[in-house]
Design a protein around this ligand. Structure first.
Ligand SMILES: [Cu+2]
Length: 406
């Protein structure tokens, strides 16, 4: 049972050591009393207890206790921890949360056309949910999402278009949510007009004034807390005349998850506020979980590939790189107005930002996408673009072995 695995972790780590110290103190007291007066024994016991506390506080408790009562925060809104009431509700409602088999958004899930309703507006429906899914095999977390995937749906429009947005917060949610589109001009990027409590629905319209590739995210309560649970996605605002055609488009968003258990710790993992404040995620991933981009990105030699890459953050800047490829065009930070940079190896994706890259495939093989701050690859930040087709020995000629990626 997931819940037992979590409780077990606490018993061992927190209470186990506390119990050990208490019994060690009793044992020591009995031994000392054999040889010393009451006063000396009392003094020695105070030394023991003092030293024990000094060791226990930093080492015995989990490095970053999930809900420190002493947490201070200087942001404009709520603190980045969950109210005790919600933690209680989470456990009492634990069996009611929807289990999602695969939280990852398919990187091929990019609408190829802009669809307008009878009023000439783009219809966008978003449903905010709180669900349980795996971030890595056997490691389960509570995700907050747009439409049950991370990232949320890819939204496509063009400069000058008007979007009619309907946002519904699923009745099973414990928290209110909203949505801040970085493409929107106005209070909160839409967040101020879209706050929905559990079971509520709201509508709004907004006009896309600026072309670019933009992040959208939940900005309710403590916005970082909501984002790092998985509430982000991309909205593309094409420039006038649209983007030049390419053969393949992929949708990738990097994100971080702060779990209380160390990397790979099995079972249900709660959110770790201190690790979040320290910017030390256990999981750094593309599209919601480890291995999300392993067997689903394919193209052929001769194709021109476009990748829409976002970064939900919350703390890290991504150094996006494709091993064995050079980006022909890089639309830095999602800027679709300025002439793109050419011939880049690695590009930056800011937290709460994006990049659009294009490159032509000249040679077949497996091309690995990474955040080139490579320790993050070990935390999950990688994927594979599989390219099939004819190999041209004038471009690359040698015995290809696996394991020689970098
Ligand atoms: Cu939210």
């Amino acid at each position: 049972m997931e819940i037992l695995s979590y409780v077990w972790q606490y018993i061992v780590e927190v209470f186990g050591l506390a119990i050990a110290y208490v019994f060690a103190a009793i044992f020591l007291f009995l031994v000392l009393r054999q040889f010393h007066s009451k006063k000396i024994t009392a003094a020695l016991m105070i030394v023991f207890i003092g030293v024990s506390i000094a060791f226990y506080i930093p080492n015995g408790t989990p490095n970053a206790l999930a809900y420190p009562a002493s947490l201070r925060s200087y942001g404009p809104g709520e603190k980045p921890d969950l109210p005790y009431e919600n933690v209680f509700k989470f456990f009492t409602n634990f069996n009611k949360f929807e289990r999602i088999e695969n939280i990852a958004r398919d990187p091929n899930d990019v609408p190829q056309e802009i669809v307008y309703n009878e009023k000439g507006m783009i219809e966008v429906h978003l449903t905010t949910t709180e669900v349980i899914a795996e971030v890595a095999p056997g490691v389960t977390i509570n995700y907050w999402t747009f439409d049950n995937t991370v990232p949320g749906p890819f939204i496509r429009g063009r400069v000058g278009d008007t979007v009619h947005l309907t946002i519904t917060n699923d009745a099973s949610s414990l928290h209110p949510h909203n949505v801040d589109f970085h493409a929107v001009t106005g209070p909160g990027g839409g967040a101020a007009a879209t706050i929905v409590g559990p079971g509520e629905t709201k509508e709004m319209t907004f006009k896309l004034l600026n072309p670019g590739l933009f992040i959208y995210h939940c900005a309710f309560g403590n916005p970082g807390l909501h984002m790092t649970h998985g509430m982000y996605g991309l909205i593309l605002v094409e420039p006038e005349g649209g983007l030049p055609p390419v053969d393949k488009e992929f949708y990738i968003v990097q994100g971080e998850f702060y779990t209380e258990g160390a990397l790979g710790r099995q079972g249900l993992q709660l959110f770790d506020t201190q690790a979040y404040l320290d910017g030390k995620p256990q999981y750094v991933i593309f599209n919601g979980k480890t291995g999300a981009l392993m067997n689903n990105m394919e193209a052929e030699v001769g194709d021109t590939v476009r990748m829409f890459v976002g970064n939900g953050g919350v703390n890290l800047i991504s150094s996006f790189h494709v091993i064995g490829e050079i980006f022909d065009r890089v639309y830095r930070e999602g800027d679709l107005v300025t002439t793109p940079a050419e011939g880049l190896q690695t590009t930056l994706v800011p937290a709460g930002g994006s990049v659009m890259v294009e490159f032509k495939l000249e040679y077949p093989g497996n091309f690995v996408l990474v955040d080139h701050a490579l320790a993050r690859v070990d935390r999950g930040a990688w994927g594979v673009l599989k390219v099939t087709g004819e190999a041209d020995p004038t471009i690359y000629n040698g015995d290809i072995q696996t394991g020689g990626g970098h």
